[in-house]
Design a protein around this ligand. Structure first.
Ligand code: ZN
Ligand code: ZN
Ligand code: ZN
Length: 142
């Protein structure tokens, strides 16, 4: 497992430090988005003296490198998620159980082409996050 993430980090020109590898290991197992505090709780079991700022910094660096994705919860807090998909995709997040579904399709491309044609602008990227209540949670919160 370690070797795997070692390679992932290397490809992104990020140094594969033990802390970064541990963060990826912790996050890769989760189908939910997590807060820096959640990650910190688990990191403290492996690195006794690690501080929250260190976890914040590492998460931010991993996100800048593109290994993990930033998720903005409607509570405006910053969370992180380890994407399984590597190609262009979007997320449906359940704001109740924090589970994430990765959507394969992107409906924005067509709109972009139309916009570019009309305005002569060139679109470079887009960010979309779909917030909702998942099927499981809807049973509990009709
Ligand atoms: Zn994803
Ligand atoms: Zn849910
Ligand atoms: Zn898209």
């Amino acid at each position: 497992m370690d070797t795997n993430y070692f390679q992932t980090l290397k490809e992104l020109n990020l140094k594969a430090t033990p802390k970064r590898l541990a963060i990826l290991e912790i996050m890769a197992l989760k189908p939910v988005y997590v807060s820096p505090e959640d990650v910190w709780q688990e990191m403290r079991m492996r690195f006794k003296t690690i501080g929250l700022p260190t976890v914040y910094r590492n998460l931010d660096e991993l996100a800048s490198g593109g290994v993990i994705t930033k998720i903005i919860n409607p509570d405006r807090q910053l969370y992180y998620f380890f994407c399984q998909k590597k190609h262009h995709h979007h997320h449906f997040i359940c704001v109740f159980c924090h589970r994430i579904e990765e959507l394969d399709f992107c409906a924005i491309r067509e709109m972009e082409t139309e916009f570019e044609r009309k305005t002569g602008s060139k679109i470079l990227s887009h960010i979309i996050q779909i917030n909702g209540c998942c099927k499981k949670c809807r049973k509990g919160n009709p």
